[in-house]
Design a protein around this ligand. Structure first.
Ligand SMILES: CC(C)(COP(=O)(O)OP(=O)(O)OC[C@H]1O[C@@H](n2cnc3c(N)ncnc32)[C@H](O)[C@@H]1OP(=O)(O)O)[C@@H](O)C(=O)NCCC(=O)NCCS
Length: 315
């Protein structure tokens, strides 16, 4: 069948049909608000290769979004699965990677830093796991999302946030929402002490008025910048937390960081809470994605394991 299908780059005019296909094919993801970001948003330092497979009559049957060596997303409409379309798109991704980076660079699926649908293949997606294994990829790591209840949770209240920010203030810190004017100091602090890609996500979280590469496809959110910061008594940014920096509009939390010498003052907890209170009405409000220190989050917000993902890589 795939011989008669046309594979071509997707354009913005394909967005509505691509959104319908992804909603039908990805039952565990709230793709609606994020389709444009996944297909056409910036991938930080990596190139963007977004393609579709079309029937001879022009119907979109499958979609693949690639960033460098990462397949960020691959989906075939449920009505035409198991007919070789996924294979055709994966081969096109492989060919693109060979052309741009060489034949020895390995394709990886899921955990693309800075712009990812989910940090791997959802453990419940049995067909997708079987597909990647059949195509010669193997599991390299499992990744966890956790979720903090944002409704009826005594740990996530404005009163508790007020208490934590007052305690921080007594220790000489100011906790507040960031503005676009904080972008530069935030960028320097995060790039130097944490990871440059976190700075990219924070830039997207700051919102469209920043007008940077990261805010391509980013819409305004009701609360404004989705970043909260703590400043020390010299006015220097020493801690930050963001949400909606990836999958903007869903309410995913992260990244966050407190400079080592400023830890132990409750800054991280206050900033986490400020973010969670922003996202109570989002489709995935409370999701803490691709987590490291689970203990911190569960103590601070009652977060518990939510979704598990399998990351695949070519062997
Ligand atoms: C994963 C997916 C893209 C595969 O697309 P597809 O067009 O159905 O795949 P193909 O027809 O090319 O399948 C190739 C091989 O993969 C394996 N495979 C695919 N689907 C399978 C299933 N449901 N069960 C077992 N093996 C499967 C088989 O070995 C198959 O070869 P065969 O049909 O000759 O036995 C598709 O199942 C899908 O869209 N799933 C939902 C989206 C998703 O979870 N994406 C991954 C995360 S981004």
């Amino acid at each position: 069948m795939q011989d008669r299908l046309l594979v071509r780059p997707l354009t913005l005019s394909d967005l509505p049909v691509a959104a319908a296909l992804l909603s039908a094919a990805l039952p565990y993801d709230h793709v609606g608000p994020i389709v444009e970001e996944k297909l056409f948003g910036s991938n930080h330092r990596r190139d963007r290769f977004t393609i579709g497979s079309f029937s001879p009559s022009g119907d979109l049957l499958g979609v693949l979004a690639q960033a460098g060596r990462w397949v960020k997303l691959l989906a075939v409409h449920p009505s035409v699965q198991r007919r070789g379309i996924g294979t055709q798109l994966l081969l096109a991704a492989r060919a693109h990677l060979t052309e741009t980076a060489g034949p020895t660079v390995k394709l990886r699926v899921g955990d693309h830093p800075g712009n990812y649908l989910s940090p791997g293949v959802d453990e419940r997606s049995v067909a997708a796991q079987a597909f990647f294994r059949a195509r010669g990829l193997a599991e390299v790591v499992r990744v966890l999302n956790i979720r903090a209840p944002v409704h009826n949770n005594p740990l996530v209240t404005t009163e508790r946030l007020h208490k934590l920010t007052s305690q921080a203030q007594a220790d000489g810190y100011l906790v507040r929402r960031a503005t676009v004017a904080d972008a530069e100091p935030l960028h320097h602090m995060i790039s130097a002490a944490f990871a440059p890609v976190w700075s990219f996500e924070v830039a997207r979280a700051l919102g469209p008025s920043l007008r940077s590469d990261a805010t391509e496809c980013a819409s305004e959110l009701p609360e404004g910048p989705a970043v909260h910061i703590a400043l020390d008594d010299t006015g220097t940014v020493v801690a930050f937390a963001a949400h909606d920096g990836n999958n903007r509009g869903l309410g995913w939390f992260g990244p966050m960081g407190t400079l080592e010498q400023h830890r132990g003052h409750g800054l991280g907890e206050a900033l986490l809470l400020a973010c969670l209170l922003d996202v109570v009405d989002r489709p995935d409000g409370g999701v803490i994605a691709w987590v490291g220190p689970v203990g911190f989050y569960s103590r601070a917000s009652g977060a518990i394991p939510d979704r598990r993902f399998v990351v695949f890589e070519e062997q």
